[in-house]
Design a protein around this ligand. Structure first.
Ligand SMILES: [Zn+2]
Length: 331
């Protein structure tokens, strides 16, 4: 059984989730509640205030077996003004967050210091990424996997909306793996349509990333390093009509080799041999930009590291197609 996290571990868990969401965080306040600024590369980002507790069963015999809860100890949640405030539970066993509507628990008194959630909600989020649950008090609880933390923070107000239409629309998130473009375009409310489409896209990206990084054991196929510096790259780029999210169209590459691959400095042939583009090197030489080339070459494997499972190997016809659409020129 996974044990509840300490206060410090909860913050670390949030930071991990931000990273898994593809964002970065500045810690503005590491006491309760946590205050973070979430941002991406050169963007300013947004501030978020996070109240978080472990989500546990608590063990009392009088309590229903499938009833979990967070206990609002130590600090009283306050919705605040003009900033995004989240009221979260974290369940270590299912490795999911559950978000409650902060407006419904604003200044919740110490006489009723807990909020319940059904185990099924946590289970569904664990296996399907997202789970929207209508609680008995009319509130919407939203459970989700780590990599959706930022999407949740950006859209918390809409996700917790009650009312039949809103609940119907957002419940589409309960089956993300089956959610189609057609279903999304049928959603009449435009804001909710945009949120659904963002989260569906995020789901596909996260799913591809998980499969590819898993297949390559989080190791760069070109140089072998891990260090959590690894991207899941598409062999045929997403922008091409022929691209797919199959693992066989993916390869794990470190940031350096991912960029080199996308810029056509580096490629690999249908027998997986790694190649450097002499044409690109000449172009760089003409601009006096070949510093470090020798070291760069030394760190490369002769052939890409292949996944353990043969079914995950890059498909030769995808490699050929990628070279065509990327206009790879070796000499
Ligand atoms: Zn590398």
């Amino acid at each position: 059984m996974a044990s509840p996290l300490s206060f410090k571990q909860l913050l670390a868990q949030i930071l991990d989730a931000v990273d898994a969401s593809g964002w970065q965080a500045l810690i503005l306040d590491s006491s309760k509640p946590f205050r973070l600024r979430l941002f991406r590369s050169n963007e300013k980002g947004f501030d978020v205030c996070i109240y978080i507790w472990n989500c546990t069963h608590g063990g009392s015999a009088a309590r229903a077996k499938n009833e979990y809860r967070i206990q609002l100890t130590g600090v009283v949640p306050s919705a605040g003004l003009g900033e995004t405030t989240l009221l979260l539970g974290w369940h270590s066993g299912y490795e999911v967050f559950v978000g409650f509507d902060i407006q419904k628990h604003d200044e919740q008194s110490s006489q009723s210091p807990s909020i319940q959630v059904k185990e099924e909600t946590l289970q569904d989020a664990h296996s399907r990424a997202f789970s929207i649950h209508h609680r008995q008090n009319g509130e919407i609880a939203v459970a989700f996997r780590s990599e959706f933390l930022v999407e949740y923070a950006l859209n918390a107000a809409s996700l917790h909306l009650t009312g039949k239409a809103a609940i119907n629309d957002m419940s589409l998130l309960n089956n993300l793996d089956m959610l189609t473009e057609t279903q999304i375009t049928k959603v009449k409310n435009q804001e909710r349509q945009i949120i659904l489409s963002q989260i569906a896209r995020k789901y596909r990206t996260a799913d591809f990333r998980k499969r590819v990084l898993g297949a390559y054991e989080h190791r760069c196929a070109a140089c072998g390093i891990q260090l959590k510096l690894i991207d899941a790259a598409h062999i045929i780029p997403v922008a091409a009509a022929t691209s797919t999210d199959e693992t066989q169209n993916g390869i794990a590459l470190c940031k350096l080799h991912h960029t080199a691959f996308d810029r056509n400095l580096l490629s690999f042939d249908e027998k997986y041999k790694i190649e450097i583009s002499n044409a690109e090197v000449s172009r760089l030489a003409a601009e006096n930009l070949v510093g470090g080339l020798k070291k760069f070459k030394q760190h490369l494997r002769t052939a890409i590291i292949l996944p353990n499972d043969r079914r995950d190997y890059p498909l030769p016809q995808y490699i050929a197609e990628a070279r065509k659409v990327r206009h790879w020129i070796q000499d």
